[in-house]
Design a protein around this ligand. Structure first.
Ligand SMILES: Cc1cc2nc3c(=O)[nH]c(=O)nc-3n(C[C@H](O)[C@H](O)[C@H](O)COP(=O)(O)OP(=O)(O)OC[C@H]3O[C@@H](n4cnc5c(N)ncnc54)[C@H](O)[C@@H]3O)c2cc1C
Length: 448
């Protein structure tokens, strides 16, 4: 049994030490005592080998909770291991909410920030843009406070760093007064959706659609701010176990994993079910109103592997068409939907949205099915549209690719090498990303 594995079960790791500090002092001591390579894990929801190590793994699940809420600045400081669902509950109880959120809220805030996690919304940026300050513990145990006013280079890098600088212990984020969202779900012929995309993306605060690649309709979802009364709060444990609906859908994915030729009819059936409003909450006709922290996330109890690329907004639909054409022409066995979202440009060095308004296209494969052929073909398409991969999701890009994709790559590399000169935070996966070899315990250095 591996001592650590990620959410999908694809990444397994056997760290020599797993440290679970419950105070910042304990974290500093763990960082000072770690003899060699160090990795830090949030809730393990990344699909790549970001957290894998056979040396020291820092698990921040005990370092959580609200530290401070500054109502004047509308900023909240949390311990870095706080899961987003606990964070948003704490904020809601004090009259605040996050500006945007992704599909789920089970990640830690530092994990979400550190990989550029995003939701959807043509005018809304990803999580790293909400960051106002961090406190970073670097290998050896030194503490660095970083904000635009203090250690600003470290701050720029730490807004999205894959845990390659050190361990964030505290994180300060911009928040906004609590707000309610009305959710609408509907299906429409994909040609109509494509023709209306410019209007759809601006008509509401958050628009996205899902497309089962063998179906001719897409499933649309929108969220918009409202003053209408909200439904009563959800059951606290909602989403921890699979609903009857999810169990039924999972049984269908099991079937397609065993009999892959059924992928096409199954996806058409699922779109049909969505049309009838009986498969997923967001495909139901009509609307529902909830406070934002309850409106954004959906349960995800069916395991999958995922890749997602950010593309310049103007080429998004062309790339999507190519992906679906490939799947159909090659009869690729995939029963999961593609997800199409919008993210506003930012200026963060390692952000996939750096300098350009983007769409994101996510490709999923059931965890019992091989994803390599499908993901490789999609990656070729996404690269041809100048895409950038999601840092927490599967891809094959390496340092030379990133150096081309990111205009500020060298700034980030400079700061990373300054903060962690021995490469103690690098594992095998991060070495392929940054091009520096991992720390070598035998020589006490990283050899380049
Ligand atoms: C079901 C599911 C749904 C998802 N939905 C979305 C979505 O809607 N939008 C989206 O963009 N992504 C989504 N993701 C991807 C996910 O948000 C990211 O992979 C995110 O990083 C996971 O957070 P985590 O807490 O699990 O971090 P982990 O996966 O544990 O770690 C991610 C990275 O953060 C680093 N890290 C963690 N804590 C710290 C710290 N304290 N200091 C420094 N570095 C740290 C780790 O070293 C690692 O490099 C989804 C993933 C799953 C499995």
């Amino acid at each position: 049994m591996p001592k650590w594995s990620n959410w999908s079960g694809w990444v397994k790791s056997n760290p020599a030490v797993i440290a679970k500090p419950d105070t910042e002092d304990a974290l500093i001591k763990a960082m000072a005592a770690a003899p060699g390579q160090v990795r830090v894990a949030g809730s393990g929801h990344s699909f790549t080998g970001l957290c894998a190590t056979d040396a020291t793994l820092i698990d921040l699940s005990r370092l959580k909770g609200l530290i401070d809420l500054d109502r004047t600045k509308q900023e909240a400081t949390f311990w870095a291991g706080t899961p987003i669902h606990e964070m948003t509950q704490e904020l809601y109880e004090r009259g605040y909410g996050l500006i945007n959120q992704g599909d789920i809220d089970r990640q830690t805030i530092s994990g979400a920030v550190s990989t550029g996690t995003h939701g959807t919304g043509i005018d809304l940026c990803a999580f790293p843009s909400m960051v106002r300050a961090v406190q970073l513990i670097v290998p050896g145990g030194e503490v660095i406070k970083a904000s635009p006013a203090e250690n600003s280079d470290v701050f720029e890098a730490a807004r999205l760093s894959l845990g390659s600088l050190g361990v964030i212990s505290q994180i300060t984020l911009a928040v906004q007064p609590a707000y309610k969202l009305v959710e609408r779900g509907w299906t429409m012929p994909l040609a109509d959706c494509f023709n209306a995309i410019e209007a759809l993306k601006t008509a509401t605060r958050h628009f996205e659609f899902f497309w089962f690649p063998y179906a001719d309709d897409v499933i649309c979802k929108s969220l918009d701010i409202t003053d209408e009364p909200a439904k009563p709060p959800r059951d606290h444990d909602r989403g921890r176990t699979a609903s009857a609906e999810e169990k039924r859908v999972r049984a269908m994915f099991d079937l397609t994993a065993r009999v892959p030729i059924l992928s096409a009819p199954v996806t058409r059936y699922m779109t049909h079910q969505a049309k009838k409003g009986s498969m997923q909450r967001h495909a139901k006709s009509g609307s529902s109103v909830r406070w934002s922290h309850e409106a954004f996330p959906s349960p995800r109890n069916i395991k999958f592997n995922e890749m997602e690329w950010a593309l310049p907004a103007e080429v998004g639909l062309d790339a999507l068409r190519e992906v679906v054409a490939h799947i159909r022409q090659k009869s690729v066995r995939v029963a999961f939907p593609l997800e199409f979202r919008f993210v506003a440009a930012d200026d963060i060095w390692l952000s996939p949205f750096n300098g350009r308004d983007s769409v994101t296209i996510a490709v999923h494969q059931y965890y019992k099915q091989n994803y390599e052929g499908l993901f490789d073909a999609c990656e070729t398409i996404f690269r041809s549209y100048e895409g950038r991969p999601h840092w927490g999701k599967l891809h094959r890009a390496t340092e030379p690719d990133f150096a081309r994709m990111y205009p500020d790559w060298l700034y980030f590399q400079q700061v990373r090498r300054m903060v962690d000169p021995e490469g103690r935070m690098l594992n095998t996966h991060l070495s392929t990303i940054f091009g520096d070899k991992p720390y070598d315990p035998a020589s006490g250095a990283n050899i380049n």
